[in-house]
Design a protein around this ligand. Sequence first.
Ligand code: SAH
Length: 225
Amino acid sequence: MGLDNSEDCHYEHVEALIRHALIPRGVTDQRVLNALRRVPRELFLPEQDRHKAYDNAALPIACGQSISQPLMIGLMLQALDVQPHHHVLEIGAGSGYQAALLGVLARSVVTVERLEPLVDVARANLAACGSANVRVEYGDGSLGWPESAPYDRIIAACAAPHIPEPLKQQLRNGGRMILPVGSLEVQRTVIVRRRLDRFEEESTETCVFVPLLGEEGWSSSEMRQ
Ligand code: SAH
């Protein structure tokens, strides 16, 4: 990644975030922390919010969506246990930030986004930070991305009412998936482990994500906007 010339204060700010907000809350996996050090979050934010890049906060991006809170990203990526040989699917590219982190951790990443303007945003941001092993696809990620399945790991950056069946089917045997599941207001992150045709589920953190909209998610008419 071409990240060597990042702004002077990047290093200092990311270390402060890691030391004060992530390690005390249990994000200690060195590979995850190193990925957070390598990918400048400011590159994925609109100009006016770049000074907030190392706040431990979810921040608005285009189309009324948001880039997740660094702590939540750290906890989810740590639980996902991505290995360097893994092929990963992300649902909800948004700004492309989490996909860039996955690109540092994995061999290859496919990320699906349902809002066309964000597909362009994510592609441009990923190109700007030199992320070469991440592909952004336009479509309904609640159906996964069958053309590139199976995946060693699957992660959703948006909340589902239930675990979408197509995602289970696209998970490799022995693979792992993490996604927020619950109501529109509040969810829990659920880890799913596949053992042949058995799927073990474990609920972890309480969280609040933007909704997964689509065939296996919420329908747009369920959204009061
Ligand atoms: N990972 C992103 C966070 C994006 S927020 C980042 O690091 O910036 C969640 C994203 O999920 C939004 O962009 C939203 O448009 C997208 N989304 C919601 N439902 C989707 C679906 N069915 N398929 C693909 N993307 C979806």
